[in-house]
Design a protein around this ligand. Structure first.
Ligand SMILES: [Mg+2]
Length: 306
């Protein structure tokens, strides 16, 4: 565990360092409060800190208070170290935001146990954060393709429409639908169908710009939201992804498949548009692409219906 130690007294400092190093912790030593504060504000700051209460620059309790006021991504577990052992001092220290408290002169065994408690809490918190991140990912991504799911891509579109309204910039929506996808499922089975969808998703990702978002809208239907992108540019993106899908057979563990895709594109700018109207417009353009023979891109023409 990486541990930050802030202590102005050289003897105590050396003792702390000796013990913690012997217990195989990596120790970052600070001689005063200011140094400790600066070290704790870095991105890769240690997650456990042992702070002397009385030291020059900034005292331990003040550092606690300031850390707890800040909105931090990672929790910093703080043990206050002090010669003040009155009950009121202890309460003050804990109220300042310390997690634990060790009286000086400290007992090595006690220090070891308290550091172990801190490490355990930090690990629990890390596990919790990882679980939270995983569940957030699952809630917004499609299991098969790892693209955004329907809800997440519509939310992205909604944010981009709001931005378009605010900044008066265009936003484009591409609706892409695999041609005759039912044939793949019917002839080769659903495993083959799934493999095709995964590979198509993979190709779509390489076709778009880094700030575009791709989601799986339905079975074999994908939505690509292109922020700050006019009709001409979005048409070019749609053409690029159409080519990428159809130019070479999709090689999957289930076999090699020749697949094409049709795209409908709708571009809006400014106010008065919502996710429904732009999606409907892209869908109408997609319908025309299908009518006109598939494996092609069509732009939505005319005004959007509210
Ligand atoms: Mg001191």
């Amino acid at each position: 565990m990486r541990i930050l130690v802030a202590e102005d007294d050289p003897i105590t400092r050396r003792l702390l360092e000796a013990h913690l190093t012997r217990w195989e912790h990596e120790v970052i030593m600070c001689r005063d409060g200011t140094e400790a504060w600066n070290a704790l504000m870095r991105d890769e700051a240690p997650r456990l800190a042992i702070l002397d209460w009385m030291m020059p620059g900034m005292d331990g309790a003040t550092i606690c208070r300031k850390i707890r006021q800040k909105e931090q991504q990672h929790y910093i577990y703080i043990i206050l170290l002090t010669a003040r052992t009155q009950k009121e001092d202890l309460i003050e220290g804990l109220e300042a935001g310390a997690d634990d408290y060790i009286a000086k002169p400290f007992d090595a065994h006690e220090l070891r146990v308290r550091v172990r408690v801190g490490s355990r809490i930090i690990r629990l918190q890390e596990d919790l954060m990882a679980a939270l991140a995983a569940s957030e990912y699952q809630a917004s991504h499609d299991v098969l393709t790892s693209l955004l799911n329907r809800k997440a891509i519509i939310e992205f579109l909604q944010r981009e429409l709001a931005r378009s309204h605010r900044d008066n910039t265009p936003v484009s929506l591409i609706m892409a639908d695999l041609d005759h996808f039912k044939r793949v499922n019917d002839s080769y089975g659903h495993l083959a169908g799934d493999a095709v969808l995964k590979e198509v998703a993979h190709r779509l990702v390489t076709a778009v710009r880094p700030y575009d978002a791709i989601g799986r809208y339905g079975g074999e239907e994908f939505l690509i939201v292109c922020p700050n992108c006019d009709e001409e540019s979005s048409w070019a993106i749609a053409e690029r992804l159409r080519n990428l899908v159809s130019e070479a057979p999709l090689v999957t563990p289930e076999g090699s498949f020749k697949v094409t895709v049709s795209c409908g594109v709708s571009t809006v700018s400014g106010s008065g548009h919502n996710t429904d109207s732009i999606t409907r417009a892209a869908d109408q353009a997609l319908y025309r692409a299908k009518e006109l023979g598939r494996n092609r891109v069509e732009l939505h023409r005319g005004e959007l219906e509210g």
